[in-house]
Design a protein around this ligand. Sequence first.
Ligand SMILES: Cc1cc2nc3c(=O)[nH]c(=O)nc-3n(C[C@H](O)[C@H](O)[C@H](O)COP(=O)(O)OP(=O)(O)OC[C@H]3O[C@@H](n4cnc5c(N)ncnc54)[C@H](O)[C@@H]3O)c2cc1C
Length: 309
Amino acid sequence: MVYDLIIIGAGPAGMTAGVFAARKGLKTLILSKDIGGQVNWTTDIENYMGYQEIDGQALMDKFEEQVKELHLEEKIVEIKALTKEGQLFRVQTMGQEKYMAKAVVVSSGKKPKTLNVPGEIEFRNKGVSYCSTCDAPLFRDIPVAVVGGGNSAVKSVLDLANYTRQIHLIYVEDLTADSILAERLQGLEDLKRYPGHTVVEIKGGQSVEKIVLEEVKTKQRFELPVQGIFIEIGLDTNVEFLDKSVELNDLREVKVDCLCRTNIPGLYAAGDVTTVPEKQIIVAAGEGAKAALKAWEYVINIPEAEYRQ
Ligand SMILES: Cc1cc2nc3c(=O)[nH]c(=O)nc-3n(C[C@H](O)[C@H](O)[C@H](O)COP(=O)(O)OP(=O)(O)OC[C@H]3O[C@@H](n4cnc5c(N)ncnc54)[C@H](O)[C@@H]3O)c2cc1C
């Protein structure tokens, strides 16, 4: 079976693309590792129009409701490879399933960057976390470290402060978070800051027990006893499954023009995975809508016979 359109990813961009594609009558399949993407990691959304304030998961439930009303086909799978064979795209999952489509929208978003230090993989979900919104309640009255100096790191400290007073904030240079957020840290009297430091190792037994810090200038190392470490050092795009022929920029974002077109005819991209600036829900949703409408134009303008060659 050949779909008109396959959408990879079911965050705000992918789900919006799905709704617009279905309304245009495209036979559409959404393939995604989860429903909701990064929005699931956050509680308070205060900048999505129509809702003064809404919980991330609740907003994504609303998106999904709209997708389900249109009877869109969705499968929870991880994509391994996407290739173009003649006029058709072939999508392969980690489970070795294969799907064919005339056009594809890539809306696979971003994932947290890792520190790449010893212990990080070993203690993942055993004290190492990338999501304070999800995991902060597990660390009530427990000493934790937050790594990073940007908005996510500061938000993470503020989240954790609802559960524990023993927070260590570690960042390489200055705080780069928005001043409105950074100012909120002033109220946290017990917060210990380590500017000019990096984490070089995570140690423990069954779970995290301590981390090793290194002062960047002097290279001096010392241990800090913590039972949790929240790594908040930014995000990387999910592009591993893309063929090398798809053009990316230096940040490994998919290059798109203002019509969401990539350099491959029939391959569109939308949301955080792309070069479009401002990684926000409303932007991703808008780009998803555009990508689906442009994919529809592409599909209907190619004679059916060409897909069969
Ligand atoms: C902590 C946090 C707080 C935020 N707060 C706000 C806020 O208040 N307001 C705001 O506007 N924005 C906020 N954002 C940004 C917002 O979440 C993103 O801009 C938005 O989610 C991007 O949507 P997207 O659909 O492009 O990508 P994502 O949300 O990243 O969704 C990508 C989708 O692709 C899937 N996927 C990835 N790789 C694969 C694969 N190989 N195979 C199959 N599926 C795959 C994922 O499972 C996911 O479903 C926040 C982000 C974070 C991390």
